[in-house]
Design a protein around this ligand. Sequence first.
Ligand SMILES: [Zn+2]
Length: 165
Amino acid sequence: MRYQYCPKCGGKLSVEETKDINQPQCTECNFIFYQNPAVGVAAIVIKDKKVLLGKRKGSYEGQWCIPCGYLEWDEDVYDGVVREFYEETGLKVKVKEVYSVLSNFHNPKQHTVGIWFLADVIEGELKASDDITKVDYFYYGDIPKMAFPTDHVVIEKLKEEGLIL
Ligand SMILES: [Zn+2]
């Protein structure tokens, strides 16, 4: 998102002083508005060599993704992925390890850094909710239309490494 006005005083933001589009400065109070990517977290759950995907509503409606969401302010990254996955799938997971970290540039208004974790289900019943209308496990050959290019990168890696079939 490119903002035009200072969030502190409402003055006009300008890049004349900093010469950096990512650091516009307020022409009234000199506040520098640093812009950085947000952090997205996703959990990879695999069962019988199939990967769990969710069908989206809202943004990228009807397309699928590895269940994911944005980290909240002041939220630990491991807590964030457990929360998001539970909200969307009804399953509580335990994170095993970081599987992949990639920059997402598909949305020019909101660059993000995505972190994909491998996770095990510990409890709960699979049920789509929140931003997801359907959840299911997929073999590589049946992967539906995905919303994000980086999910494809991750799925290719899962396939190459034999985690999914
Ligand atoms: Zn200002």
